[in-house]
Design a protein around this ligand. Structure first.
Ligand code: IVH
Length: 667
């Protein structure tokens, strides 16, 4: 008891001290401690909090600083793939699923079929790992195989136990859904400027989980429900009792699950919750049905994406009626003109809708829609609302036809419509500001060069002031030029220049995607990077040659040749070359070795030639795993400049430490 009192006092004192230095550093820009001294204080706090997990609070500086350390989330590999569920909107299909499972069970000689019906929580799936009862990792689903390690953010969610309530030796995995209660979501949205509001709680949750500042995550008050447990020693063979175990361990399961012995019980559960769900403090979009007998889960197996022992029934989409106020025309990065409906704001499925894409002019014709019409909009469980029909009986006398614009609303160039396509295009590729902005934003986007500090507001200014005309120009921007822009202080200018500098080390495959060649998505970029190891080679490939690359058909091949035939492209490539881009695949992407097979690797300090994400990708490609904390099990530590206290710990534990040069040699 006295131990915990002493610890509580020391923790409070440390927090105050750290907060003080945090504020000196971040708010007043007058740091008094070196990074090393500051890290030492933090280490002490983290160590004490580990020893007394009950004393951890979501607003502890340990959480916030955890976020600050995680500049980029480390990629982790899931213990087993995180599958999704097959969805249906039809009760008939639920019955088919039920009968299918019945047949498969009969083949195993089982004729009793219990199903568990649960609510389908509308949030974001995560995986939690506990080691000897302590939360050690929280990760996003990602692509199902790899996720992002977002432990620092997960730790701020009060409903995620940092320490399990019962003894649980070894490693256990809990999966579930992070979500935002409707009330917390509304509060969050009210605190934000209108243009930055989230469309729904799910979007807000997804956005929040990715934040780098875990203190902000803590402020946003997210919740969690668990629906899957694996690895506990006295693991039961029934899903129902696993849910009960989860509750005993300290998780919320939402508490509304039910054992269904007959098909009728399932349809009753679905009917019961179709209305009752509106009264819940959080959003649900359906019901999940799972076979109770866990022993048969493996036997029934899974398709590529979803298990055969479970299904999700989704409630039909919600609809609303509103008035079409106007149609505006947006110009995309490839010059495509997209009509967008501006709607009288209306509440639909918990959020206000005031805009909706109309896709193209064929769609406008198909809908037979006119300005001032009443329209039916629908959110089909997904984020973006759609206009699905016109209420013709309500058409006002003054309804106005929607006219296809003859000229680009951005640059005034006459629009063109290729015979075989539904879209109109602005052909002023070189000069149209909307197209230039679109290309820059695509280049900076997450899957491309991932330059977070290059957002929409900045791109607008860079293009308007003519500082940048193509992505190559970005690399010649000077801090003084940037500082002059609106809302760009010295620090932001430095950050952008640094981020751009770091982006040069991104893989050749990413660069290929980032160039924004029509029809070249991430997967095609990967194929191309393997078939043509340099942009030089790719730029000389003929359509026939390109068509022989796996998954590249004539349309894509034509588009690639078209791209390299543009007069502006050689100049762009020259700029990138001058900006020290290598424009070719590194050894690693052409022929990957397995030099990191089975090794867990930790980075501390910054590397000269790689950002964290790229370095992590290189390790994962070579069979290794990237971790965030040092232990005896850590295989390697790569130490860059200004390594943190993790290096001391590694040395103490006798973990092998590599310099950047040695790391590179090992790659
Ligand atoms: S079970 C292997 N149970 O729905 C099955 N998922 O559409 C793992 N979800 O990715 C999922 N509520 O994010 C399960 N009670 C529930 C759920 C649930 C919501 C989400 C989950 C999953 C998605 C599939």
């Amino acid at each position: 008891m006295t131990d915990i009192i002493h610890a509580a006092e020391r923790i409070a004192q440390l927090r105050k001290e750290i907060e003080h230095h945090n504020s000196l550093y971040y708010v007043e820009a007058k740091p008094q401690l070196s990074d090393y001294e500051f890290d030492k204080l933090l280490e002490q706090l983290i160590a004490l909090e580990r020893q007394f997990p009950d004393l951890v609070t979501p607003d502890s500086p340990s959480q916030r600083v955890g976020g600050a350390i995680t500049k980029e989330f480390v990629t982790v590999i899931h213990r087993e793939p995180m599958l999704s569920l097959s969805n249906t909107y039809s009760l008939g299909e639920v019955e088919e699923f039920y009968n299918r499972v019945k047949k498969l069970l009969a083949l195993e000689g089982v004729d009793e079929q219990e199903m568990v019906a649960e609510l389908k929580f509308d949030g974001v799936a995560i995986s939690l790992l506990y080691n000897d009862g302590l939360l050690v990792r929280g990760a996003t689903r990602g692509d199902g195989i790899h996720g992002d390690d977002i432990t620092v953010n997960i730790r701020t969610i009060p409903a995620v136990p940092l320490k399990l309530r019962c003894v649980a030796d070894g490693e256990i995995e809990v999966r579930g859904e992070v979500f935002m209660r409707k009330e917390d979501f509304e509060q969050l949205n009210e605190s934000r400027p209108e243009e930055e509001r989230f469309a729904n709680p799910r979007n807000a949750t997804a956005g929040t989980l990715k934040l780098q500042d875990s203190a902000e995550v803590a402020r946003r008050r997210m919740s969690f429900v668990a629906y899957y447990l694996k690895g506990i020693r006295d693991e039961s063979t029934s899903h129902f009792s696993r849910l009960e175990i989860l509750e005993k361990l300290g998780f919320s399961t939402g508490n509304h699950y039910q054992l269904c012995l007959k098909l009728n019980d399932i349809s009753d559960f679905i009917a019961e919750w179709s209305e009752k769900r509106w009264k819940l403090p959080y959003e649900t979009d359906g019901v999940v049905l799972k076979l109770n007998a866990v022993t048969f889960w493996d036997k029934l197996g899974a398709t590529a994406k979803s298990p055969r022992w479970a299904i999700a029934y989704k409630y039909p989409a919600q609809q609303a009626q509103t008035v079409l106020l106007d149609v505006i025309f947006q110009v995309g990065r490839l010059g495509t003109i997209t009509p967008v409906a501006e709607l009288e704001p209306v509440l639909l499925a918990g959020s206000i809708v005031s805009r909706s894409t109309l896709h193209n002019f064929d769609e406008i014709e198909r809908l037979g829609i006119m300005i001032h019409d009443w329209v039916v909009i629908e959110k089909s469980g997904e984020v973006i609302p759609k206009v699905i029909s016109v209420v013709l009986e309500e058409r006002p006398l003054g309804a106005v036809s929607i006219v296809v614009p003859s000229h680009c609303p951005e640059c005034g160039t006459p629009l063109q419509k290729p015979e075989a396509e539904v879209s109109y295009y602005c052909t002023n590729e070189e000069e149209c500001p909307a197209q230039i902005r679109g290309r820059l934003l695509h280049f900076a986007s997450r899957n491309a060069m991932d330059i977070k500090s290059l957002g929409k507001a900045l791109v607008d200014q860079l293009v308007a002031t003519k500082l940048v005309k193509d992505v190559g120009d970005l690399y010649f921007l000077q801090e003084p030029q940037l500082e002059k822009l609106e809302r760009m202080g010295r620090k932001s200018a430095q950050n952008l220049v640094r981020a751009l500098d770091e982006s040069r080390t991104k893989s050749y495959e990413r660069l290929l995607y980032a160039l924004g060649i029509r029809h070249v998505g991430r997967a095609t970029a990967r194929e191309l990077s393997q078939a043509y190891h340099s942009l030089e080679m790719l730029s000389h490939a003929s359509e026939e040659e390109l068509s022989t690359v796996p998954d590249i058909g004539p349309v894509v091949a034509h588009s690639i040749c078209d791209y390299f035939a543009k007069p502006s492209v050689p100049l762009l490539l020259e700029k990138l070359r001058d900006a020290r881009f290598s424009l070719c695949a590194s050894e690693s992407t052409t022929q990957v070795n397995r030099n990191f097979e089975g090794l867990t690797v930790l980075f501390t300090g910054s590397l000269d030639r790689y950002d964290r994400q790229t370095a992590s990708e290189l390790i994962i490609e070579r069979g290794g795993r990237v971790v965030n904390s040092v232990s005896k099990k850590t295989g390697l530590v790569v130490a860059g400049h200004d390594p943190g206290s993790k290096l001391d710990k590694a040395l103490k534990l006798g973990v092998r430490v590599l310099s950047e040069e040695e790391f590179e040699a090992m790659l």
